[in-house]
Design a binder for this molecule. Structure first.
Ligand SMILES: [Zn+2]
Length: 333
């Protein structure tokens, strides 16, 4: 009885206290409560990493370019002081081809329990099936793949300089994201056991075979097509469904940094991307920062075409995304 009364008293007191602090809270809720020194993202360097990947040629699984790019990522992560785990696995594609795939994981502050997961896919789609003329041609994937990886490599470089955030960081480069069914052709075979989709093979594999036993993260952020000129990032449906507070946090931080031209606080529909499988079955709340064209829909007209080359990549866009991410990571307590 007493306990209940006390509990009720505490509850009412907390309510009043809460109501008071609510009033006192400044209107500009994006102002951080403390000031943390955040390394500044170098967009020239991020652009260099995008250029470097394009230089390997299309990173299509089972090709030399794919292998060379993987070696490059592993070496760079090691050079920047990360603990690197490579997850090799085989997968069957919708057109019944056997691919040798690699998820590459770079970890910082490995002993810290509270972790943030940042990810992008590193493979390139094997054909430009949305190209107007050459639908079977390979393409550079400067934005679709290389841009997100470029931002993560720059973050790795900065983490390697020694000033660590309070949280642990895992950077995951997923393979096999982009070998999905063609625009006008469906698969004639059954999905292999353990897979729900022909897209996102690397994240589906990882979600069921984490690189570390019982691995989890506080939240995750996926980057996909984050480098095109004048890109905009709207609040995507799967992200809002599984990780609404992370969406809120990231878009608020971008607003505080002045990136309102890029990060638009408008909700849009859902897409299948690697974050879908990290959320479920992976059980880690993850959002997707992905290009959305106002009035058109997801991605831009370069998507899965030969237009997806370096000429569409902008250092400003890479910088807006990279600085936002660094602030998210370094402000996390
Ligand atoms: Zn793609």
């Amino acid at each position: 009885m007493i306990l209940k009364k006390t509990a009720l008293f505490i509850f009412i007191s907390l309510f009043i206290l809460n109501a008071c602090t609510e009033k006192k809270r400044p209107k500009e809720e994006h102002v951080p409560l403390r000031v943390v020194q955040v390394p500044s993202f170098n967009s020239d360097s991020a652009y260099f990493f995008v250029e470097k990947q394009v230089g390997f040629g299309p990173r299509v699984p089972n090709t030399k370019s794919h292998q060379r790019a993987a070696n490059y990522f592993i070496n760079q992560f090691k050079k920047y002081g990360a603990a690197v785990t490579v997850q090799d696995f085989d997968a069957i594609t919708w057109d019944n081809q056997k691919e040798q795939l690699k998820n590459i994981i770079a970890s910082y502050n490995p002993d810290v329990q509270k972790r943030i997961l940042l990810a992008a896919h590193w493979d390139t789609r094997p054909y430009a099936d949305k190209d107007v003329e050459k639908k079977d041609a390979p393409f550079d994937g400067a934005n679709d793949g290389a841009s997100g990886v470029g931002v993560l490599l720059e973050i790795s470089r900065l983490l390697g300089q020694g000033k660590m955030p309070a949280v642990g960081i895992d950077l995951i480069l997923f393979d096999g994201e982009d070998w999905g069914e063609k625009e006008n052709e469906k698969s004639k075979i059954q999905l292999p056991e353990g897979y729900e989709d022909w897209w996102c093979l690397g994240s589906q594999y990882w979600a069921k075979h984490k690189h570390k036993k019982n691995y989890t993260a506080y939240f995750g952020i996926l980057l996909d097509m984050v480098g095109a000129k004048h890109s905009q990032f709207f609040r995507e449906g799967v992200s809002l469904e599984f990780a609404p507070s992370v969406v809120e946090k990231v878009w608020n931080i971008a607003t505080r940094l002045g990136y309102t031209d890029y990060f638009v606080k408008t909700n849009v529909g859902s897409i299948t991307d690697d974050h879908r499988f990290v959320n479920e079955p992976g059980k880690i709340p993850m959002i997707d920062i992905v290009h959305y064209e106002s009035g058109v829909g997801f991605f831009g007209d370069y998507h899965h075409s030969r237009k997806d080359n370096l000429s569409i990549i902008s250092k400003e866009t890479l910088g807006a995304v990279g600085n936002t991410l660094l602030n998210v990571v370094y402000y996390e307590e």
